[in-house]
Design a protein around this ligand. Structure first.
Ligand SMILES: [Zn+2]
Length: 223
C-alpha cells in the first residue's frame, strides 16, 4: 500500500512475516517529470507490490534505485526488480555497499551472498544527486559500516534508512539488536542536524513530522 508523504514523495508499505511476527518495511518513492526513484527494495518477493505502486504514479517508469545499506531487508528485492523490468534502471549505492550488492561479499548479519546486481553509480557523503530537485547523500555509519541517509531538498524530507526508527510518530535510536556499532550510530545522527528537516521517513516505523531537530539532538546525545 502506498502512503503519500508530500508532493512527489510517498512510501510503500511491504508486509512480511518474519519469525512468526508480522512486520512492515517502507521503501520510499520520489519522482518528478523525468525520474522515478526507489529508495530500498524490501525482502525478495515484492516485485508485484512495487509495480502496483509505480503504476499509480503520473510517470510510473522507474529509472533509479538507491540502496541505503546492505541489510537483506533493504536490498533483498533488488535483483528481481532489475530483472523484472525491460528498461534500464540505474542502481546507486555507497562504495562500501557495492560489493554486497554485486554478490562479492556475504551480507554481514545473515551471511547471504545475494545474486549479482551491478551498481551503476557509487555515491559519497555530501554528494547531491542531481535529480528530483536534488537528493543529498549523508554517510551515517553505525547501524552498518556502509549506511547512508538521504535528504530530499524539495520537500525537506529525510529518508533515515535504519539510522533511526520510529514509534508512534516519534523518532527513536536504531534497533540495538541489529545495530553493529551503536556509539558510532549515535555520533552519525549529528550529521542530520545540518539539514532543515520537516519530515522524516523511517524504514522501520514510518513518518515523523513533529519536533524533528530537537528529537535528533536528544537521541544523538544518548538521552
Ligand atoms: Zn532494516
Amino acid at each position: 500500500m502506498a502512503v503519500k508523504v508530500n508532493e512527489g514523495i510517498q512510501l510503500i508499505e511491504l508486509h512480511d512475516v518474519i519469525n512468526d511476527v508480522e512486520m512492515v518495511f517502507r521503501p520510499t518513492i520520489i519522482w518528478d517529470d523525468k525520474d522515478v526513484v526507489l529508495i530500498d527494495t524490501g525482502y525478495p518477493g515484492h516485485l508485484e507490490d512495487i509495480k502496483t505502486s509505480l503504476e499509480k504514479l503520473p510517470n510510473g517508469k522507474l529509472t533509479k534505485i538507491i540502496i541505503t545499506h546492505h541489510d537483506y531487508d533493504h536490498l533483498g528485492s533488488l535483483y528481481e526488480i532489475i530483472q523484472g523490468f525491460d528498461h534500464k534502471i540505474e542502481v546507486y549505492a555507497h562504495e562500501l555497499t557495492k560489493p554486497y550488492i554485486q554478490g562479492e561479499k556475504p551480507l554481514i548479519k545473515t551471511g547471504i551472498n545475494v545474486p549479482k546486481t551491478l551498481v551503476d553509480v557509487t555515491v559519497e557523503d555530501g554528494q547531491v544527486l542531481p535529480f528530483c530537485g536534488g537528493i543529498t547523500v549523508i554517510f551515517t555509519p553505525g547501524h552498518t559500516p556502509d549506511h547512508i541517509g538521504l535528504y530530499h531538498q524539495d520537500t525537506k524530507t529525510l529518508i533515515t534508512g535504519d539510522a533511526m526508527t520510529a514509534d508512534q510518530g516519534q523518532l527513536q535510536i536504531p534497533n540495538p539488536k541489529f545495530t553493529l556499532d551503536m556509539d558510532q550510530a549515535l555520533v552519525s545522527l549529528n550529521k542530520f542536524l545540518d539539514f532543515d528537516i520537516e519530515t522524516a521517513i523511517c524504514y522501520h516505523g514510518g513518518v515523523c513530522r513533529d519536533g524533528i531537530k530537537e528529537r535528533i539532538s536528544t537521541l544523538a546525545a544518548g538521552k
